[in-house]
Ligand binder design. Structure first.
Ligand SMILES: [Zn+2]
Length: 393
């Protein structure tokens, strides 16, 4: 596997001025799936041999590093690669939507080991929704222990839980309690993140890429990656473009309580509420009829155009190299084509040079993104330092 593992990591070259704690050594090993020899590590870090070996011993003992087959055949004893031990480590990724939860079990190498879906109703209590998702996750785990779990939520998520959920679909939830309850049920650390933001992380192909991922299902959200780094904003609210006001939505009441939000006219919820589409009871039914019912086709096309209006400002502001549009509505060809046309019309030309506007890999991008975020969090240098000091204490 040649994938660059770290989300924020640069070109695979060791950073200059590398710190030499065990956690930093692990970070370095994680940045290169092929691993490094002891000689490489001595050269990159400038550490004394005895110090390096002491740090590596601690990482070996904690099951975080292993010695793989020889790097290359040559005369004499070939050097062996030291690698981050990602073997047999499972991550539970749960994407909670308005009506369904997708549960994936992934290896740290981002391979999907098992997957399932369950119907949920996000208007219910967090205990009920989380309980249903965890029950499925435990069944997929089948007695195995996960190293961590990531949960994607259709609302802004602030890692410090300071952000109010009052105006969101999760107004009746408490994320701090949700996280603690899920950690107890899964017996591992749980990370909560916005779903569109997780999708954006899962869409990253190149460590220095700038991209925007937009998810259009029942609601609308986006995730922003700038040169490989996830942008959360000062308080975790970055990318919540569903509530950008556009003139075409004037007079339309949004679920957030305001008037004129993009989501009031271009979201799956808005499509389902359109009088001419009243016969569709679920978003899935509506989406499935897009090719055969001209009324659906026209409404979806108009929704895509309106999203393009709002996204043109995002494109002009951030100049992403790729715009990945996902979600049940977002991947519809009519929707995406109309969105693309409007962006090309409205955005400032220099921001459009080489811009790719493509469907997101929406089946797995969110799960892959959550898995990446969980790994970044679990194996962050500070956390590893803490873990190792607890082991020696
Ligand atoms: Zn709104």
């Amino acid at each position: 596997m040649t994938e660059q593992r770290t989300l924020v990591g640069g070109s695979g070259q060791p950073p200059a001025g590398l710190a030499t704690r065990a956690g930093d050594l692990l970070q370095l090993l994680r940045s290169n799936a092929a691993g490094y020899s002891r000689a490489d590590l001595l050269e990159f870090t400038g550490m004394a041999r005895s110090t390096l070996y002491e740090r590596l011993d601690a990482l070996f003992a904690a099951g975080l590093v292993y010695e793989s087959t020889p790097l290359r055949s040559q005369r004499g004893r070939p050097p062996r690669a030291l690698r981050f031990d990602d073997r047999n480590k499972l991550v539970v990724c749960i994407e909670i939507g308005h009506t369904h939860a997708g549960i994936h079990l992934l290896s740290l190498g981002r391979e999907i080991v098992a997957a399932a879906r369950v119907s949920v109703d996000i208007r219910e209590s967090q205990e009920a929704v989380a309980g249903q998702a965890i029950e499925v996750a435990l069944r997929l785990l089948d007695g195995r222990q996960a190293v961590g779990a990531g949960v994607g939520l259709p609302a802004p998520v602030d890692p410090l839980h300071r952000l109010g959920l009052e105006r969101t679909v999760l107004a009746h939830w408490d994320l701090q309690r949700l996280q603690e309850a899920m950690e107890a049920m899964l017996d591992c650390p749980v990370l909560l993140e916005n779903d569109a933001r997780s999708m954006a992380v899962g869409e990253v192909r190149n460590p220095l890429e700038s991209l925007v991922a937009v998810k259009v299902s029942t609601g609308i959200g986006s995730g922003i990656i700038v040169r490989g780094a996830l942008v959360r904003g000062a308080h975790g609210a970055a990318g919540d473009i569903g509530h950008v006001r556009i003139p075409e939505a004037s007079g339309h009441r949004c679920r957030c309580g305001r008037d004129g939000c993009l989501a009031a006219v271009a979201s799956g919820r808005a499509l389902l509420a359109a009088p001419q589409l009243a016969k569709y009871r679920t978003l899935r039914q509506l989406v499935d009829a897009c090719g055969s019912d001209p009324a659906v086709g026209a409404a979806v096309t108009e929704a895509g155009r309106l999203l393009g209006r709002a996204l043109a400002a995002t494109v002009s502001t951030l100049n992403p190299g790729r715009l990945a549009v996902g979600g049940l509505v977002g991947v519809l060809p009519d929707f995406l084509a109309a969105c693309r046309r409007q962006i090309l019309d409205d955005a400032f030309e220099p921001s459009l040079v080489d811009l790719e506007i493509v469907p997101a890999d929406s089946r797995t991008a969110t799960a892959v993104g959550l898995c990446r975020l969980v790994e970044e969090s679990l194996y962050a240098p500070e956390r590893i330092e803490q873990l190792l000091s607890q082991r020696t204490a």
